[in-house]
Ligand binder design. Structure first.
Ligand code: 15L
Length: 264
């Protein structure tokens, strides 16, 4: 196994639980963290709780790990104050701890909402400027920029994974474009952990979907090859959903419903 000890934040969240079982293949010991208690450690695991806004707590969970998979924080649009605590202050605390403890690789769960205000008839690359679709998206753009600073200044490598929609199955027509299977999510994170030179990279977290708005040509060095596709769900999703209203911003823009969430 390439890594001795990995830290997974947000371990009690939706994708944290998906990764908890899968990441054991990547390391000898998986350190799981979340804000509140979520049960007992199993074999080859340890659990350390931390509120991301608490710098001292974050420092202690980062100490002694080889790399970090940062899934923790607020994962949807909402009022700014909790997003600021967990996603903005939290990511500062995480990278300060990484710098102090010499952790030199981070997989940062960013979001497709960083570019949520591009239209669904546009194909974008990692070089397109951010167009965040809300406070949550802004916090993820902040994390991407912060990790860029920590790479330029301290050489800490980060993959900003702009996760699309990672659910067991695509839930609506939009997700036929944005879907990332759980196994592809793990493949992508494994590629980010194992590629020799990661640098500071932005990669769209998507499966091999026929309809897509994102081009991962700038992330070829990561070596991520998706093996799943939303296409097998297309007929079923069309059958159970209405024809979308083409004048609705949630239909026009890549961010879907997030582009009109709030104000809070
Ligand atoms: C996200 O960033 C959210 O965390 C997730 O709950 C999904 O809604 C996803 O985006 C999406 O765009 O489908």
């Amino acid at each position: 196994k390439l890594h001795k000890k990995l830290l997974l934040t947000g371990a009690a969240g939706g994708l944290g639980m998906v990764l908890r079982t899968r990441l054991k293949a990547n390391c000898s010991l998986l350190r799981l963290s979340d804000r509140v208690a979520f049960g007992a450690a199993e074999a080859d695991e340890e659990i350390m709780l931390a509120d991301l806004a608490d710098a001292a707590a974050v420092d202690s969970i980062v100490a002694g790990v080889d790399a970090i998979i940062h899934m923790g924080g607020v994962s949807v649009e909402g009022p700014f104050a909790p997003i600021m605590q967990a996603n903005i202050l939290g990511v500062v605390n995480l990278y300060e701890a990484a710098r102090k403890h010499g952790v030199n690789r981070v997989i940062f769960a960013s979001s497709n909402h960083v570019t949520g205000f591009y239209r669904q008839d546009q194909t974008i690359t990692a070089d397109h400027a951010p167009r965040p679709d809300g406070f949550y998206a802004l916090s993820k753009a902040f994390g991407e920029n912060l990790s860029r600073l920590y790479f330029d200044r301290y050489g800490i490598e980060t993959a900003c994974v702009r996760i699309g929609s990672s659910f067991a199955e695509p839930l609506d027509r939009r997700m036929l474009a944005t879907w990332l299977s759980f196994d592809d999510l793990h493949r992508l994170i494994t590629a980010c952990l194992t590629t020799p030179v990661l640098g500071h990279s932005i990669v769209f977290g998507m499966s091999h979907n026929a309809v897509t708005w994102w081009d991962n040509a700038k992330a070829r060095h990561i070596g991520y090859v998706p093996l799943d596709s939303s296409d097998i769900f297309r007929d079923a999703v069309y059958a159970k959903t209405q024809m979308p209203d083409a004048s609705d911003p949630a239909t026009v823009y890549q961010g879907g419903g997030f582009v009109k969430a709030g104000p809070f």
